[in-house]
Design a protein around this ligand. Structure first.
Ligand SMILES: [Zn+2]
Length: 399
């Protein structure tokens, strides 16, 4: 006889509560709101650092707590990005700590809207209390400053994934940008210490993120990790041959490992033709944007707002729509199955998103598009959050 543990009964209860009546199956909003929706990567903390109050609806940017709620987002991974272009006195580790402090302040000030989450149990608690479950992902292994002790501190502060690199390589892992740069002369892949980092992350129950990692680093990670691996914000290279995307062989390796690729919404990673046109447009716009920077000086909020409006006016004619995101999703589903894809918007880290999904409040549109293309309810639930839960449980041994 099978004996169900209390936590299994709770999961079954939550599942039943989430079931959508047959007559409402075509109602994408009710399906979306009842599903667990996970966004694996957003850079909104950068706006917080610029003094923007994201607890209220904001006219600029792509994420705030109000729009997260409207978008039906249940689990949000907040990216902590130690900026390699920022100079002393803050080290990469200290920058990361500071960003975590800022997220904690936001959570403390908005206990009705958001809670700090580290486990499956926390997600369930946030669901019961109608709060957003806030997780931390560190974007860049530079944050650990070559120290397993600092890795431990980050884990203790709630970090549940680390992207091994950002665009810059570090002492123990090489990035996709560097590995694809013919002038790069540093090491490629993981060093022995890099492998130790992966093994320690596996032991701690921290997800290993290969978004931004080079192909050699990716191969070394797959060989080393005993747990499923994620790509928190990347797309399919076969549809858009950008170094930030994953080739078919990588997607297959990730699926074999039990992992998930969470799709980035940036049109430049979804459509290479857009990317070329956008880069040219930005180059042409640079003198005007530079003059705006001088005009506003320390008033960075005004600068970002006018910059965004100016770029929007220029990009509108070439901006792809939400179907381009679906194409990548569907390509991956056809290549490796529905268990290995999810959403990692990169909102507030990207200057533009496809029409129809331009901020986090529009997340239900993804569910609408999936339904329109004939995806089943169970597949949609996996892509919105179920696939994340499977990997998270496997990595954290949390049932
Ligand atoms: Zn990134």
């Amino acid at each position: 006889m099978k004996v169900f543990k209390p936590c299994c009964l709770l999961i079954a209860f939550v599942f039943l509560m989430n079931a959508v009546p047959a007559e409402a199956q075509n109602d994408y909003r009710s399906l979306h709101q009842s599903a667990l929706v996970v966004d694996m990567h957003a850079d909104v903390l950068l706006r917080l650092l610029h003094g923007v109050d994201i607890s209220k609806r904001t006219a600029t940017g792509q994420v705030d707590l109000v729009r997260m709620k409207e978008g039906g987002v249940d689990v949000q991974f907040f990216a902590v990005w130690p900026n390699p272009h920022k100079f002393l006195p803050d080290s990469m580790y200290e920058q990361s700590m500071y960003m975590i402090d800022e997220l904690e302040k936001l959570i403390r000030s908005n206990p009705d809207k958001i809670m700090s989450a580290r486990s499956v149990k926390d997600i369930q608690e946030a669901q019961r209390n109608n709060q957003i479950a806030a997780f931390i992902g560190v974007e860049g292994g530079t944050a650990i400053e070559n120290s397993l002790e600092k890795l431990q501190v980050l884990y203790d502060r709630g970090v549940r994934y680390i992207s091994l690199t950002w665009n810059d390589s570090n002492d123990w892992a090489s990035s996709a940008m560097d590995e694809t740069n013919p002038k790069y002369t540093g090491h490629k892949g993981l060093t022995e210490f890099g492998r130790q980092v992966i093994r320690r992350m596996n032991e701690l129950g921290m997800m290993v993120d290969v978004s931004h990692s080079g192909e050699q680093t990716f191969r070394d990670v797959i060989e080393t990790s005993s747990k499923p691996v994620i790509a928190s914000h990347s797309c399919a290279w076969a549809l858009a041959s950008h170094f930030r995307n994953l080739k078919d062989e990588q997607l297959k390796a990730l699926a074999k490992n039990g992992g998930v690729v969470f799709l980035n919404f940036y049109p430049g990673f979804l459509d290479v033709e857009f990317d070329k046109a956008y880069q040219a447009l930005r180059k042409a716009a640079k003198p005007h944007l530079d003059s705006l920077k001088v005009k506003y000086g320390a008033e960075t909020g005004k600068y970002f707002s006018e910059r965004a409006a100016y770029l929007k006016s220029k990009t509108d004619p070439i901006q792809p729509d939400i179907e381009v995101l679906f194409k990548h999703m569907d390509y991956i589903v056809n290549l490796v199955g529905e268990d290995h894809v999810g959403l990692g918007s990169d909102f507030d880290g990207i200057s533009i998103a496809p029409k129809g999904i331009e901020d986090i409040g529009q997340m239900p549109e993804i569910t609408r598009v999936m339904l329109e293309h004939g995806y089943s309810e169970s597949r949609i639930r996996k892509i919105l959050g179920g696939n994340f839960m499977r990997v998270f449980r496997a990595v954290t041994n949390d049932r």
